[in-house]
Design a protein around this ligand. Structure first.
Ligand code: MIG
Length: 825
């Protein structure tokens, strides 16, 4: 790790200061032993006026004589700001941003009487000489973000180190989005929120904080978007015009004031650039995008089989079945209960032959038990977390008295990863990481003074708390990846920090079986998607409490369009499988889960667009039309990938509902009716329907319904083509679906261009890549043709349409390699 950050004016330092966090540890130790003299007076200090500027490559340093500010040009659209109260910058280390993107950028430094200005081709960062205010503007000189106070800090807090603050103006029309999975309205304007990973069982609307800390928000003002990524792992706070309507502030209880300004002008640009910093999800194994069934807990073994059989008997597709904590022997991680699961390898093999992948839960709490090898090894190797006085961090969780691995130590992560060898050998396909906020019964989490190795940049729990869960699932993911050879591991986590998407999918934790939570879940998933975590889902049906058939079905319908689709429920609830509520619910649930499987190649392609290009999978309508103010408050409808708009039904008994469609032309998925966008439309929503619309000009690929991925060889792929009188591109991604060959560029990207006129529709396909799908042909269905086709010509060959219906759909089959199809009036 590089730590060559220069000190711009070393002569001003009388002594070498301790690294702030190291200082803090000493303070804590002291404080623990002498509680009486813990509190010291708090002094708030502000940056003075900058009187010196210096450039070192792409880094610029400005100082007021004591404090320094570093400005780093990361890319044309991204600038990073850091503050060092006494000009000593911390080592440049971040779990969120493992490496700054190494793009070549052009930039310049200007100076005049009023300001210093660092400019790229897209943005300017202004450092005002009068007061050290920092602002950003675009190339038209429109100011997009501006300090409302100089950056400031509090010294001599009881922990040592600093509390660090940044305050910016909040414009009258400004809206705020992002920040992970906050349980509140989509638009965060007017809210004050905290990031501190918390086990929030049965959380309520507006409860804060929750399980994850994603310190990234997007601002949209006067049609221009920018993002702020406050990369600080301490407990962090955000105030978006709550205390003072004209100000946005963010601050943290320690660490460095370090943030990235990420320019738009579109929200999509901001999200893509945030992904450039923090990474994207790796491609999941295809089966992970199927339907998953979970419960606390399915046991013993026979119960698991009964559930699995239930799916096949009811002809409801399912790919994943989960084992919650009761599969273990006394809740000891990496063991099996000999009573309930006497032969796990055999059971998992049987499940696999019926098409089920087995996913098991893992907790960070390791039972204190000298006869348990995981504990013994961890103890011998000093892998468990310790307090500031070197005593072990102990807490009660499911196994009873526990100690906890320090996942911020790379050696511990490697050890933890290797512990999965038995589970992998036994046939486990995925690992569910729970309780990793970390959660401890009674006290909630670890005490502040617990020490962490933090990849060599050691610190207390105050610094490591928010990354603990992310480092746990990282260890899990990397271990699985090593042991599964070239197969893609599947992981799911509850806690996380910015960048956790590189290692895992997430679920939103212990929600409740209520309509309010259905609505909230819909918002949380859109928000997570905008905040870097596209592979997300809620506990379908609600974890605690009892849904009735209607609520469960509405939740399945929404979940069909969640990138991660899993039903889960607490142990004290009634049976909760898709057939548990009888008819008409079972049939409707089946139809929607089948729809999930039909649309898998579409979801998989959207996933690729996420992985490769940084697009979120779920996009609220404000991301389509950020210049329309009303859209800043729409939170029900979203697009699923680029082409399909979904509006779940979120109220009981709702027979129809309003849906806003962004500008353009849309087809109602069910009726194929063509609807003009840019307006709200009313859609009938009987229990078996939620509003689904497809953009005109789209090509939507479909797989045949299967009970699980690879149930049989796919012999043909259906292409749903929707007529449009303007040109529209669609992309489809295909590969082996379970290896990392895509990293060696072995995949296929298909581009379709659809363009219609009054008497002709042209569909072009171009193929790029090294992968060849095994099926031969397409079953092409053309929807919405405004004329009766007299002739269809594909690559120069006349072909006959198979059907020609009054609903304006025409079907025919042709080679998957076609270049051009023309349909003439
Ligand atoms: O203290 O493993 O959020 O999904 O079923 C509860 C039991 C621990 C919390 C998780 C939930 C899981 C449950 N776990």
């Amino acid at each position: 790790m590089e730590s060559n950050v220069p000190n711009p004016n070393p002569e001003l330092l009388t002594a070498k200061l301790l690294e702030a966090d190291e200082l803090m540890e000493d303070e804590e130790f002291h404080h623990l032993n002498n509680p009486a003299d813990g509190i010291k007076p708090i002094v708030k200090k502000y940056l003075g006026t900058p009187n010196h500027a210096e450039q070192l490559g792409n880094k610029f340093y400005f100082t007021d004589g004591d404090a320094s500010v570093e400005v780093v040009v990361v890319s044309s659209e991204i600038i990073r700001i850091r503050l060092a109260p006494h000009s000593v910058f911390l080592d440049d280390f971040s779990y969120a941003v493992p490496k700054l993107p190494g793009k070549r950028v052009e930039f310049t430094l200007f100076e005049d009487e009023k300001e210093y200005r660092v400019s790229t081709s897209a943005i300017n960062c202004h450092i005002r000489k009068a007061d050290f205010f920092i602002s950003f503007s675009d190339k038209d000189s429109t100011v997009t973000s501006c300090d409302a106070a100089p950056m400031h800090w509090e010294e001599n807090t009881q922990f040592g180190g600093y509390y660090v603050f940044c305050t910016k103006t909040c414009a009258e029309q400004e809206s705020i989005f992002g920040l992970g999975d906050k349980a509140t309205e989509l638009n965060l304007r007017g809210k004050r929120l905290t990031n501190w990973n918390t086990d929030a069982y049965s959380f309520g609307f507006n409860q804060d904080p929750l399980y994850r800390a994603i310190p990234f928000y997007i601002s949209v003002n006067q049609g221009i978007a920018h993002g702020i990524f406050f990369d600080n792992t301490f407990k962090a706070h955000f105030d978006f015009g709550a205390e003072d309507v004209t100000k946005t502030s963010f601050w943290a209880d320690g660490g460095e004031l370090q943030y990235y300004y990420i320019h738009g002008p579109h929200m999509m640009d901001v999200v893509k650039n945030y992904h450039l910093l923090t990474g994207t999800h790796p491609m999941p194994p295809l089966w992970a995008l199927g339907y998953h069934q979970c419960r606390w807990s399915y046991y013993p073994e026979n119960k698991v089989k009964v559930i699995a059989n239930g799916f096949r008997q009811n002809r409801i597709p399912c790919d994943g079945i989960y084992l919650d904590i009761d599969y273990m022997d006394g809740y000891r991680c990496f063991t099996w209960s000999p009573k309930y699961f006497p032969n796990p390898k055999k059971m998992i093999a049987e499940l696999a032959s019926a098409g089920f992948k087995t996913v098991v839960i893992i907790d960070p709490g390791i039972r204190v038990d000298d006869n348990y090898w995981v504990f013994k090894e961890g103890k011998e190797k000093r892998y468990f977390c310790r307090r500031s006085d070197d005593y072990f961090m102990e807490g009660h969780v499911w196994p009873g008295r526990c100690q906890f691995p320090d996942f911020t130590n790379p050696e511990v992560r490697e050890w933890w990863g290797d512990l999965f060898d038995d589970l992998v050998e036994t046939g486990v396909a995925g690992v569910w990481n729970d309780m990793n906020e970390p959660a401890v019964f009674g006290s909630g989490t670890f005490p502040d003074d617990v020490r962490h190795q933090y990849d060599g940049f050691r610190g207390s729990h105050r610094k490591a708390h928010n990354v603990y869960g992310m480092q746990m699932v990282r260890a899990t993911y990397e271990g699985l990846r090593k042991q599964m050879k070239n197969k893609r591991p599947f992981t799911i986590t509850r806690a996380g920090y910015a960048g956790v998407q590189r290692y895992s999918s997430v679920w939103t934790g212990d929600n409740v079986a209520s309509w309010e939570h259905l609505k909230l879940g819909n918002i949380q998933l859109q928000r997570l998607s905008m905040s870097g975590i596209s592979f997300c889902g809620t506990d379908i049906g609600g974890f605690s409490g009892e849904p009735d058939g209607e609520l469960f079905t509405r939740w399945i319908q929404m979940g069909t369009f969640s990138p991660f689709m899993r039903a889960h429920s607490a142990g004290d609830t009634k049976e909760r499988e898709p057939w548990s509520f009888g008819e008409p619910y079972t049939s409707i649930n089946r139809t929607f889960i089948e729809l999930r499987y039909r649309l898998l190649p579409y979801l998989y392609s959207a996933f690729w667009e996420h992985h490769r290009y940084g697009f979120p999978i779920l996009r609220p309508v404000v991301m389509q039309e950020q210049d329309i103010m009303a859209n800043h408050f729409r939170q029900d409808e979203f697009t699923y990938g680029d082409k399909i708009l979904i509006c779940p039904v979120l109220e009981s008994g709702q027979q129809s509902r309003k849906v806003y469609l962004p500008k353009g032309k849309w087809y109602n998925w069910w009726s194929l009716e063509l609807v003009e966008g840019g307006q709200e439309v009313v859609v009938q929503t009987p229990l078996d329907i939620i509003p689904i619309f497809v953009k005109a000009g789209s090509v939507i690929p479909e797989y045949p319904v299967m009970q699980y991925i690879n149930e049989r060889e796919i012999d043909e792929v259906k292409l749903n083509i929707f007529y449009s009188d303007y040109e529209v591109n669609s992309f489809v991604f295909e590969d082996y679906g379970e290896t990392f060959a895509y990293e060696q560029d072995i995949y296929l990207e298909k581009k379709f261009v659809v363009k219609g006129t009054a008497d002709k529709l042209t569909i072009q396909q171009s193929l790029e890549g090294l992968y060849t799908p095994r099926y031969d042909g397409y079953h092409i269905k053309v929807n919405g043709l405004p004329f009766m086709p007299a002739r269809v010509v594909a690559d120069g060959i006349n072909i006959a349409t198979i059907t020609s219906n009054p609903d304006k759909t025409y079907e025919f089959k042709f080679s998957k390699n076609f270049k051009q199809i023309e349909i003439f009036k």
